[in-house]
Write a protein that binds this ligand. Structure first.
Ligand code: F0G
Length: 353
């Protein structure tokens, strides 16, 4: 028996990274593709959830960090930098710790979920809060990497997409072909670009017979790909995708155009309600941003769109435990039933007696 080796060793011949790069890995990838009885029932399609919260640091970012950090380490970097809404910094800090590199993180002040902040700090990152949003942080990170000896590992680093495209390989490997549709949340737009890279690569190699239609969902208050204009002041409770000017804008548009797909916006209420429904119906707890694709398919169904008879993959990008404050905001009173340790009282409180 052997365990999953991480995305570099599982897919090395398919990755455009320097030959022989030693892998810095936490055994990321190999995440579950979970059949959704709930959404399959609603759509008449086969709906599969790619549960990326099962990665080592709880989001899909680990796939891109194993490649970016491995290559930075092999290049002799001593320090790495990223701008982040939280998950990238958590993943970077963990892989930098594993590689013995110094992690430097730039985040928007007050807009990072506590779980993600804890990860960055515990993994040893130097965390700098910026008065501004993610877009400002990314500009700073690029400038720092340009002027100082620190390697940039945001998804503008092509090594990131090489790692992240493996999620598309895994889905196609499992399903036996590419799905008809692929839905996912979009923020800085690196992930949709990476999936498209993976799907088109498998198709051109003849591993799959088709590529999916790509549908990307953004939060209404941060939906530049939907409106076609940057948002100077992006705002959403789904802080992971609170981004006004995505770095991979062009690549995301190419993925949409080439796949015959589209972008659409969903409200914070739709996102938070999709998060709760997914948790209570399918048993999958994701962070708010990760539910944007679920909110998206529900919105389309309500508008009369049909997925009947097709195979649909939806990426849920990060774990629900990352941001429990936002998750609990929407549920009102917490557990308010308190009893003495008495079985009659328990039965009465539970409505059994
Ligand atoms: N979902 C989650 C949970 C994310 O953390 C992100 C991005 C996305 C979706 C969107 O992916 O940017 O490739 O379009 N998080 C970045 C970060 C920005 O800093 O952690 P994208």
């Amino acid at each position: 028996t052997h365990q999953w080796r991480g995305v570099i060793e599982e897919y090395r011949p398919l990755l455009d990274i320097p030959e022989g790069t030693p892998a810095v890995t936490l055994r990321e990838g190999g995440t579950p593709l979970v059949f959704s009885e709930w959404l399959s029932g609603l759509t008449g399609a086969e709906v599969w959830l790619k549960v990326e919260g099962n990665n080592p640091t709880g989001s899909f970012k680990d796939r891109g960090m194993t490649t970016a950090i491995s290559v930075a380490k092999a290049d002799g970097a001593e320090a790495v930098v990223c701008a982040s809404t939280g998950n990238t910094s958590a993943a970077m800090a963990a892989y930098a710790a594993k590689a013995g590199l110094k992690p430097l993180v730039l985040v928007p002040e007050g807009k990072i979920a506590a779980g993600k902040m804890a990860q960055a700090i515990l993994h040893g990152a130097q965390v700098i809060m910026v008065r501004g949003n993610f877009d400002h942080c990314l500009t700073l990170a690029r400038q720092l990497a340009w002027d100082y000896p620190v390697a940039l590992v945001n998804s503008v680093n092509p090594m990131r997409l090489e790692g992240q495209k493996t999620a598309a390989f895994e889905i196609a490997d499992f399903l036996g072909d590419a799905p008809d549709y692929h839905l996912l949340p979009v923020g800085n737009a690196g992930n949709i670009a990476a999936y498209w890279l993976g799907y088109t690569q498998y198709h051109s190699l003849g591993v799959t017979t088709r590529t999916p239609v790509m549908r990307g969902f953004q939060a209404e208050g941060a939906s530049p790909l939907v409106t076609g204009e940057p948002f100077p002041d992006p705002e959403t409770k789904a802080t992971a995708i609170r981004i006004g000017n995505p770095a991979s804008w062009k690549l995301a548009e190419a993925a949409r155009n080439e796949s015959g797909g589209r972008f659409a916006a969903v409200s914070d209420n739709q996102i938070l309600s999709a998060q709760r429904e997914l948790a209570s119906r399918d048993g999958v707890f994701v962070e708010p941003a990760s539910a944007a694709g679920i909110a998206g398919i529900l919105q389309e169904l309500a508008a009369g769109e049909s997925y009947a008879g097709s195979t649909v993959a939806i990426t849920v990008t990060g774990h629900g435990l990352k941001d429990i404050a936002t998750a609990l905001e929407g549920v009102g009173a917490l557990v308010d039933t308190v009893i003495d340790a008495d079985v009659t009282a328990a039965a009465q409180a539970a409505g059994l007696a």
